[in-house]
Design a protein around this ligand. Structure first.
Ligand code: FES
Ligand SMILES: [Fe+2]
Length: 444
């Protein structure tokens, strides 16, 4: 019985016999408390602040810091002397330069402006001078020992770099109050054994609203229509638009939607999980047997820019030599870039419509099939009110857009990598053709 039911029941009882009703009421209350103690809430417990998979392990190297932004705040990620991962607010405390263009030397972060070096605890280590001998400041040592970097907690697990983002970097990491364990975010806990899969990964940048991209990836309806000609799956094309039985469950850590074929013998078509704040996992069928699984991590770089890390886990084509020979990786990337360019066409103008307030003004009506999307927006709106992440590092019309330009690294907004990928396909094809021809010629 729900709360309303209990209230109704008590009201009726009070009218007939108040002493009995008090007992019944107490009993019901006890029962309700006991139930609530064991029953997990169906509301997502995490808001917009917390653990984000911010980049891939392969983005981090020993010499150059990895620079990016999250909710407008520039951050830098690198590895210190002991190979511990560090995530630092991108601000040198000497004169406020960014570490973009800086270096990592012997595991220390080095500012590109005057060469100040910082230990992994964020303390300045060149205590006698910054770089130039002619800088004379009697008080320098005292000064250098007082400046420090601000950091966020970060971890490297399963090839991902996660940061615990609060919008408030600290000089002492032990001051963070981590209310959500990283274990809730690890792929191994999502119903499939990643060790039995191989994966391809692409990273794409969109000049549009972060939440709109998540909405797109939760939306099964558009797959058939927008990507029907691109996704290499016979079940997904414009001609086989079909309806499914949808089953949605909401728990504290996830919203899950199963789309099952109406013909029961065909089983499950697709399953989608939303894991707040920024992860979506899409399974082709039941997770324990799915032939492929997509993991999409969404990073809100700035108000109008978002990055998506896409991993495509597969149980087939696991032979490394064969996949390399057949240019499987490049061909997969080609499909990804095409799919995201198709989405991008929709998303950037939809973002504009959103910013203009057209979508807010009750001009849109969701369908029954859009329930997952509706649940996502319900969570997003209440989390935004609670966490107000965009107000933590606000920009205005006068703010220079340097980070927006610098952080745009990947297609579809920047076609450079897509072209590189195409070139790599042509080059490798040419090599694969020329080698046997050359061998034949030598033999002749
Ligand atoms: S601003 Fe970084 S060393 Fe001067
Ligand atoms: Fe899409």
């Amino acid at each position: 019985m729900n709360d309303d039911g209990i209230a109704q029941f008590n009201k009726v009882s009070l009218g007939s016999d108040s002493s009995t009703s008090t007992n019944i009421s107490e009993l019901n209350n006890e029962k309700r408390l006991a139930n609530n103690a064991h029953k997990p809430s169906n509301q997502l417990k995490n808001g917009l602040l917390g653990w984000y998979a911010i980049c891939s392990s392969k983005d981090i190297n020993d010499e150059k810091p990895y620079c990016t932004t999250i909710y407008n705040e520039p951050i830098v990620i690198y590895k210190d002397k002991e190979s511990n991962l560090r995530c630092v607010k991108d601000l040198c405390p000497h004169r406020g330069a960014s570490f973009i263009g800086g270096q990592v030397i012997d595991g220390e972060l080095v500012c590109p402006y005057h060469g100040a070096r910082y230990s992994s605890e964020g303390k300045c280590t060149n205590l006698s001078k910054i770089t130039c001998n002619h800088i004379v400041d009697d008080n320098y040592n005292n000064y250098a020992s007082k400046i420090h970097l601000y950091q966020y907690i970060c971890k490297e697990i399963g090839g991902y770099i996660y940061i615990y983002y609060t919008g408030n970097a600290k000089t002492n990491l032990s001051e963070f109050n981590v209310v959500d364990t990283i274990n809730n975010h690890l792929l191994n806990n999502y119903g499939f054994d990643i060790a039995s899969y191989e994966y391809e990964e692409v990273v794409v940048d969109f000049k549009c609203d972060w939440a709109r991209i998540i909405e797109n990836h939760l939306d099964i309806l558009h797959l058939f229509w927008v990507h029907g000609d691109t996704i290499p799956d016979n079940d997904v094309n414009r001609d086989v638009i079909t309806s499914f039985n949808q089953e949605i469950t909401r728990e504290e850590n996830q919203i899950e939607s199963k789309y099952k074929h109406k013909d029961k013998s065909l089983g499950e078509f697709i399953r989608i999980k939303f894991l707040p704040p920024g992860r979506i996992v899409i399974y082709k069928g039941d997770p324990s047997v799915a032939r492929y699984i997509q993991v999409l991590d969404h990073i809100p770089l700035s108000k109008n820019q978002a990055r998506v890390i896409v991993r495509h886990y597969r149980k087939f084509m696991k032979n490394k030599f064969l996949t390399s020979l057949l240019l499987f990786r490049q061909l997969q990337h080609r499909v990804f870039y095409k799919v995201f360019a198709e989405d991008y066409m929709i998303l950037r103008t939809q973002t504009y419509n959103n910013q203009m307030g057209y979508i807010e003004k009750d001009n849109v009506k969701l369908l029954g099939e859009d329930k997952m999307v509706q649940y996502f927006w319900d969570w997003f709106k209440s989390s935004e009110t609670k966490d107000h992440p965009w107000e933590l590092h606000p920009t205005n019309v006068d703010t220079n857009k340097v980070h927006e330009d610098i952080s745009m690294l990947y297609p579809p907004a920047n076609p450079r990598l897509e072209k590189q990928n195409k070139r790599s396909i042509y080059l490798n094809l040419a090599i694969r053709l020329l080698v046997p021809i050359g061998l034949v010629l030598i033999i002749i």
